[in-house]
Structures are given as structure tokens and as C-alpha cells.
Design a protein around this ligand. Structure first.
Ligand code: 5AD
Ligand code: SF4
Length: 452
């Protein structure tokens, strides 16, 4: 009888990585590995890594450090590093960390079962990190279902990510992504639609289309290829799909056609994540963002004209090299002008390969810390004020399931992507169901209400 083998997958970083981890899980499932959340039980560990900021990378190394001890206890344990750190470090990883058996880059995850077999046959460490311009996202992905609740959390049983493109051509000066994910590669629309169809046929009700810069979908394939707004409309045509989202967009490519989608596609959720990074034109220029604050604000106004209920969120970096007090104040002013529903904000960190690592006038860690604290404190106030506007209104939520906090609480998500907590009713709704809630209270990162 064949012994059961178990795989443990840990994911760091973005939704793109989450989706890749699902694919890795499915591939390993075919190679007879069962999922586990118990490291002691694991025969294979995959660390799917992120290197976007120094802190993200540190978390990866601390897990790899812990895995050294597991490997000492169980020398047959196969340790795999996937994702952006794998791509960036390649051969250096097993050379520096003998506990690492496999390094698999962002375009190479499909080779993982073969690499695992080679390591099982004691062929020594394996490294596959080719990045190719002519990479084609494989057509026949393993069946996305049935899903293991271990590889994917509960809510993933009714909502899923679908990758539409990989890589990035923008070269923002602070960013590793062009080096870790390569140039933009758009996926065949027929493959995307087929994947969405399979998902919806299996009970998925919400889809988020993923790409580092979805606005340039199709541009790498020439003039005849369909563009992102047309892809959105095509996906929205999938019968049975209730909600559609996408991420991420670069403000420089935000077209009127895409803005019109918010009027014309009724299942497109009224939430837009539009990373601004800085409120100062001087800094935007050094970041190579290719837009000004004036054009950014004009796009925000156009979005809000099209869809007055749109929720806007953003990413902001503080302490980019050369950022002066006046530049930072411009970012603070931007918060007042836009009044985002929420903002993810980070201290700038140097990244290997990124051009800004070589820039002069690095900002002191202490100054970065002060700026970040001030920005987050003010954004928290704004988020709470924005949330308060919903009190007294009725909103549609997609039911997620039991809430994370108090017992007896359930939660759902609005089209604007806000979490609404409510007392569990006697007759429990099904996760994925769309229901109305009466909003009664605004918290910092969520709303509270009652199910109608
Ligand atoms: N330092 C700090 N933040 C960064 N980001 C990307 N690169 C860096 C860096 N070197 C942030 C940006 C991006 C988000 C995903 O991470 O705000 O939008
Ligand atoms: Fe992290 Fe960026 Fe890689 Fe996603 S693409 S895993 S955010 S470095």
C-alpha cells in the first residue's frame, strides 16, 4: 500500500500569489500529496514568497529558518521556495540555506510535480527560474475544483481569483515586480472565459480578475486582441455570476472605456483600488509613475461622476528617497481631497534590482516612521467618517459566514468591499447568498447592522 504524503503550503504577498498557491495545491494533489495545516505532518512544504517590501521578505526568511529545525527532525522533508523571492534569489537560496530543496520561479510553478519527483529520487536540489518574454500561461490548468478547504479558506468556496495576465512593463523605480514576474503576458480570453465558466458551474458567485496592471490587458498581443473593458463585459456575461471585481490598475492607463464599465456592467462591484503612491508630483516623477496629481484627481472625479457610490482605496509609500516635509504634506492634502474608504500605506524600503535603491537622499527610518504614523492616524479618521455615512442605509451584502470576532456574529461584504457584521439570524443564510442589511453602526474597518 502506498503511504499517504502531505503538503503544507504557506502563502505570502498578493492575490496573484494566493491564486498561484491554489494552482500549486492542485498540481501537488495530482502528484498524490494531501493538504495539511500541520507542519509536523508535512512531507513537503511550499513557501510561496513575496519580496515587494523588505518586511515581506523578512517574514519569508524567518519561516525558512524555522524549517531548518523541521528538516533536522525529518531529513526526508522536501522544502520548496516559490514566488518572488525564489525568482529573485534563485541558486543562492539552496547555496545559503541547505534546508531548501527546490526553488521554483513565478513562471515555473507548473513544473513543480516533476521537480518534486526528482528530489524524491535523491537527485539533489532543483532550481527552475526561467523568465521568458514568450511565456504562455498554460491553457489546461488543473481542474480548479473540487477544492480542499485546507488549501483554500471557507469564503473561497463561493468567490475566486482568476489570473488574466502576469508581469509588468511599467518599471516604477521602487518596484521589484518587473524583475520577479517578468514582462506583461496576457492570457488567452477563451481560457479565461472557460475557467470562469467552470468556476460558476461549480457554485462560485464572485470572481476577481487579477493582473499587476489590468488596464494593459491585451496590449502585449497587438491591435487585434481584445482589451480589458471588452474582457470585463465578456466575463460579466457568464450566466450565474453575481459579482465581478478586478485588481490592480495603474492610474496612468485608466481609460474612459473602463470608467464606462461601471455604468454599463451591472455586476461590476462599485470598488476601485487605485494606487496613488504619493501626493507630490516631484516624487511621482522620481517613481516613474507617469501621471500627475492633477490627472489622478481628474480620473477620480470621472469615476465618481460615473458611479457616485464608488468606494476608492489606494496604496501610499512614505519616505521615498528625496521626499521632503513639503512632499509629504502634499500626500496628506491628497487624503483630504480624495477621502478614500481605505489606504494601505508603507514605509519605503530599498529592493534588489529596483532603480530607487541607488537614489540619493534616503529618508531616515525615524522620519519615515513618524510620517507613516501621522498618515495612518488621519486616514483612520477619514475611513471612520466615510463609514459613518452609511449608517441608516440599506446595503446588499454577499454572505461570507460566521464572523471572526464575537460568537454569534456573521459577516458579509458589500459591493463597495466593506465588511458588515450582523447577529446570526435563527435561519442561517448560505455563504455566497446576497442579502440586504440595515446598517446601524460604523467602525474603523467595518460596519455593523442587521439582516433584513
Ligand atoms: N517600498 C515600500 N512600499 C512598496 N510598495 C512597492 N514597492 C515598495 C517599496 N520598495 C508598495 C506600493 C505598492 C504596494 C503593493 O506595495 O504601494 O502599490
Ligand atoms: Fe509580492 Fe509583488 Fe510578488 Fe505579489 S507580485 S508576491 S506583491 S512581490
Amino acid at each position: 500500500m502506498k503511504l499517504k504524503k502531505y503538503a503544507y503550503i504557506e502563502t505570502f504577498g498578493c492575490q496573484m500569489n494566493e491564486r498561484d498557491s491554489e494552482i500549486i495545491g492542485q498540481l501537488l494533489g495530482r502528484a498524490d500529496y494531501l493538504p495539511t495545516r500541520d507542519l509536523d505532518q508535512a512531507d513537503l512544504v511550499v513557501v510561496n514568497t513575496c519580496s515587494i517590501r523588505a518586511k515581506a521578505e523578512q517574514k519569508v526568511y524567518s519561516l525558512l529558518g524555522r524549517l531548518k529545525k523541521y528538516k533536522q527532525k525529518k531529513p526526508s522533508l522536501i522544502v520548496t521556495v516559490a514566488g518572488c523571492v525564489a525568482q529573485q534569489e534563485g541558486e543562492k537560496l539552496p547555496a545559503r540555506m541547505p534546508q531548501v530543496d527546490i526553488v521554483v520561479g513565478t513562471q515555473n510553478i507548473y513544473q513543480l510535480p516533476g521537480l518534486v519527483r526528482e528530489v524524491e529520487e535523491n537527485k539533489g536540489p532543483r532550481v527552475a527560474i526561467d523568465l521568458s518574454k514568450s511565456f504562455v500561461i498554460p491553457r489546461h490548468l488543473p481542474s480548479p475544483l473540487p477544492d480542499s478547504p485546507v488549501f483554500s479558506p471557507r469564503e473561497r468556496l463561493f468567490k475566486k481569483f482568476v489570473t488574466i495576465m502576469q508581469g509588468c512593463n511599467n518599471f516604477c523605480t521602487y518596484c521589484v515586480v518587473p524583475f520577479t514576474r517578468g514582462r506583461e503576458v496576457s492570457r488567452d480570453p477563451a481560457d479565461i472565459l472557460a475557467e470562469v465558466r467552470v468556476l460558476v458551474d461549480n457554485g462560485i458567485r464572485e470572481i476577481t480578475l487579477l493582473g499587476q496592471n489590468v488596464n494593459s490587458y491585451g496590449l502585449d498581443k497587438g491591435n487585434e486582441h481584445i482589451r480589458f473593458p471588452e474582457l470585463l463585459a465578456a466575463v460579466a456575461g457568464t450566466k450565474g455570476l453575481k459579482r465581478l471585481r478586478f485588481t490592480t490598475s495603474n492610474p496612468k492607463d485608466l481609460s474612459d472605456e473602463l470608467i464606462r464599465c461601471f455604468i454599463e456592467i451591472n455586476i461590476l462591484c462599485p470598488h476601485f483600488h487605485l494606487p496613488v503612491q504619493s501626493g507630490a508630483n516631484r516624487i511621482l516623477k522620481k517613481m516613474n509613475r507617469k501621471y500627475t496629481i492633477e490627472t489622478y484627481l481628474e480620473r477620480v472625479a470621472a469615476l465618481r461622476r460615473a458611479r457616485p457610490d464608488l468606494a476608492l482605496t489606494t496604496d501610499i509609500i512614505v519616505g521615498f528617497p528625496g521626499e521632503t516635509d513639503a512632499d509629504f504634506e502634499a500626500t496628506m492634502e491628497l487624503l483630504e481631497k480624495v477621502r478614500y474608504h481605505g489606504a494601505f500605506s508603507f514605509k519605503y524600503s530599498d529592493r534588489p534590482g529596483a532603480r530607487s535603491a541607488g537614489f540619493d537622499n534616503k529618508v531616515d527610518e525615524e522620519v519615515k516612521g513618524e510620517r507613516l504614523a501621522r498618515l495612518q492616524a488621519r486616514q483612520n479618521e477619514i475611513s471612520q467618517e466615510v463609514n459613518r455615512r452609511y449608517v441608516g442605509s440599506r446595503m446588499e451584502v454577499m454572505i461570507e459566514g460566521p464572523g471572526k470576532g464575537h460568537r454569534g456574529q456573521w459577516s458579509g461584504r458589500t459591493g463597495t468591499n466593506q465588511i458588515v457584521n450582523f447577529p446570526a439570524p435563527d435561519q442561517l443564510p448560505a455563504p455566497g447568498e446576497i442579502r440586504m442589511v440595515q446598517i446601524e453602526e460604523a467602525c474603523l474597518h467595518s460596519l455593523r447592522g442587521k439582516l433584513l
